[in-house]
Design a protein. Sequence first.
Length: 438
Amino acid sequence: MELKEIMKEAGIVGGGGAGFPSYAKLADGADVLVVNGAECEPLLYTDYVLLQKELPMVLFGIQAVLEYANIPAALLCVKEHTAKRLRLTDGTRLAERVVLKTLPDVYPMGDEISLIYQATGRVVKPGNLPITAGVIVYNVETLYNVAAMVKFSKPLTMKWLTIGGNVPQPIVVRVPVGTPVSLLFEQNSIEVPEAHTVLDGGPSMGKVIDPETAVVTKTTKGYLILANNTPAIESKFLDGAKSIARAETACCQCTRCTDMCPRNLLGYPLEPHKMVRTAKGAATVMPEMVLSATLCCGCGICETLACCQGISPRAVINEYKALLAKNKLRYVSKTDVSPAPEREYRMVPSERWASVLGVAKYDAVAKYIGEQTYPRVEILLRQHIGAPSVAIVQDGDIVKKGDKIAESAEGLSLPQYASIDGRVSVYGDKIIIDKVNE
C-alpha cells in the first residue's frame, strides 16, 4: 500500500486548524517539506512537548513523506524559544535530509503562508495552495501519526493536547479521540471558574465551546480557560452584523489595520481598512467587491492590536467570508506578489501579543502527564473537511481500540476508528462507545 493510501486509511488529518485530510496534500512537484512546529498561539505547548518526548517518531514520519513524494529536503520549523528549550540551533541536521529551521518569536508565525515565506523565502500566490510554490506543509503531530501507522499499523485514535489558561498548572496530555471535555477536566482536577470561558484552540483563533457537551476531536490542539473580561474572550462575542454597521460610520481610515496585516505585508491584496468601509448592501449585490476577504488568515491583529476606534475588521471580514462562501467565490491569483520591505519591522512579538490578549499572566511551560484513558468517547463522523464518514457499526456492537467504525465517504473524506474498547451506540452524526464492565 502506498503512503497516500496508508495516510487515508489511518484517518489522519492536520494536527490543528480546519482538518484537511493529510493524504490529499501529497502531490507531485514539491521540493521541500515544511514541518510546522511553530506553535503559533500563546499558551499552547502541544507541539513542544511532542517534539521533546517523541522527536524520533516525528523524524520517522518526515522521512516517510520525503521518500514517498521524492522530496529532497525537509525543514522542521520551530520558534526560537522552542529551539532553545529543546537545546537545538538553527541549521542543526536532525536526520538525513532533515534540518532544523528556527523562526522568530512573532505572531502569527504558524500561519501557513507566513511560515512558508519565513522558512523558504517563497511567497505562495494569493489564494493558491502551497504545492504551487513547491512546498508541502504538515504539522509535527500529523507526522507523528504517519509514523505510528507506518511503523506499528496504528490508525489515528489518540490526541495530544494542552490544557492551560487559568489553571493551577498547564498540562499536556494524550487522550482518546472523542473524550468528553467534562471527563477530561474532571480526571485532571480542572475547574472552570465563574465568569470564565473555555476555548478549543488558542486565545486568538480558538472557538468557544461548552465543556459539558464538547468532545476532543482530531483537530483539537488544546483547551484554554480564560476570564470573560480578557480581550481574547471579549472578541469572541462580537456581533459581526453590528461590527459592519459600526465600521461603516466609525472608521477613521487610518489604515493601521492594513499596515499591520500579516498577509498584506506579504504582498497579498488584502486591505482591511477598505473592507470596513464597504457597505454590506453593496457587497451583498456584488460580492466580488470583497473577494479578497478569503485571503484573511483570521489572526485578529487588526481587531485586537491595530484598530484605535474599537472596530473589529476581523468580524467584518468574517461576515464577508460567509457571504463569499454562500456564493462559492474565492480569490485566486496567477500573479506573483512580493513582501513589503517594512514587514520585518511590523511583525508582532509573541510576548507583546500575549500581553495585548490579556493572557500573558497565564503563560507557563506545560507539564507532560502522559497518556490517559476514559470509559466513554463520542466519535464525531465529521472531523475533517469533506464528506462525513459513514458508520459501519450498529447499536450494541462490541469493538476494540483501533477497530474501524466508520468508512470514508465518496470524494474527500476519511474513516474513523474506535479509540477505546467498548459497546457501540450510533446517533446520526456520531458514534458513542461505552466501556463494558467486566
